[in-house]
Design a protein. Sequence first.
Length: 620
Amino acid sequence: MKAAVSAVALALSLAACTTAAADQPVTSAAAPPAPAAGTKAPATAEAAQEFVSRAEKELAELNVIQQRADWVNATYITDDTDALAAHFGALNTELRVRLATEAARYAEVPGLSSDTKRKLDMLRGSLTLPAPSTSGAAAELSQITTRLQSTYGKGKGTLRGQPISGSDIEAAMGTNRNPAELKEMWTSWHTNVGTPMRADYARMVEIANQGAKELGYADVGALWRSKYDMPPDEFAATTDKLWGQVKPLYDQLHCYTRARLNAKYGDAVQPKSGPIRADLLGNMWAQEWGNIYEIVAPKGAGDIGYDLTSLLKQKKYTPEKIVKTGEQFFTSLGFAPLPQSFWERSMITKPADREVVCHASAWDVNNLDDIRIKMCTKVNADDFVTVHHELGHNYYQRAYNRQPFLYLDSANDGFHEAIGDAIALSVTPDYLVQIGLLDKSKVPSADKDIGLLLNQAMDKVAFLPFGLLVDRWRWGVFNGEITPSNYNRAWTDLRRQYQGITPPVERTEANFDPGAKYHIPGNTPYTRYFLARILQFQFYKAACDQAGWKGPLHRCSFYGNKEVGRRLNAMLEMGASKPWPDALEAFTGTREMSGEAMIEYFRPLMSWLQEQNKGRQCGW
Ligand SMILES: [Zn+2]
């Protein structure tokens, strides 16, 4: 998780607090966006360039003070800091709306430089859900999105007939192994949370589509897909191609997992064929399956031979020492040490005396070198990996800090998370030996790898079809292929088509199951998570190739390799200044995203799964 300067994240997280402020600039900026006739300044290439410079200056100024307010709010939650954060958030939304409308006027002006064109597109597309200029529309949209988010936030399911909150039910889905109780939790959550959102969601789609059209997009889905440096349809085709590359691995994992669930629960709960019951996979949305690893773990291979948490405790690591170790990973690649202010200003452990947001995040508060992390770090394996991930964001932010404001971001929205995750993948036994945590004689033999890989695949591979279908559904909703009369049917069908799962009970069009997933009422685009899962393996493999690694990919360590650091930096320092294929090429030498590295990483697991699945009828 990072605190991005990305307008998407900002505009979105603020939707809940901007009712009063957001509508005003929209109605006052009601001049038709295109054609340019009727606007005050003549729409020339020079005027466009001037507008862009002014926009960047205004955004940069507001952004720094807003980040300060957000930081204080996240590390010291009070009514006052909530109000401060909401105040600057509202100002930011107001500014973004004004700039998007003005940018649209210049979209088709002849003679634009490529930089000006790129920045105009960024400004125009910076709102996730644009309101149209129609009187009252912005206020209505803001009320609806606020209501959707609050319905989700207050949502409750039931367990054994008793109400249970969102975070508790999520945890219980991971540990409960009683099929009747799992079914009760799944059904109550989806029904209670999703169903009341249906009418609001349909109205929201109508309004936001109008807004997108005014800005020159076919619909909101096309606006979202426009951020990938290619025509919207071509981007959709690219994600299809990536899915095609990794699907055979998913199919084997699905087949094996279904058989293990059948062995545990019997035919009446989980049949040997057909889709998997959605509530049995250890997660409310069946999006990551790591919580049921113990059900699928191969005998003996579940134990990898060492336990990172106990190693950290034995060696007397503190949270600060874990962060120092993460820093050392980057300095070993040739990156500069973290600034002194990082150590003074970061929140590394949970303060005893106040409420904070513990969810890990990485910040660059002044967009220069005021980088920080915010974590409630504990001395365990998970947080050791998370620290490496978060510092990946910090080093990315620092690498592109000389770019103009609108380019202070990753090459596309999948890149930032993928960098953090690629670094986290590097926490291999070899790396632990290199930093003196693991004794060389304790490095697990290759026969332990299946457990390790299966454990990872249950999260990373299992996630892929879900990561794809959330926006498949929304793209269909926004372009009208999916209508309110088949919202739920289409969702259930996509879940079955891509994930091979099915609800534990019959669903109807009275329900609105998509609403039971946070990112739908929260209006967060989701394809970025799919891309990040794919790209992290591509980045990791590129680093391993550059380091001359010859063993199995999942065992590689490129710790200490300055050449990898140099190539990595060449990509990171570009920020969002060039189309993402340029950035990808700078580090990996290829201009295409590819699922092949992920396949290579899991190759030993793939063979093992095929062996286990012999004689089984896979698919659904
Ligand atoms: Zn992250």
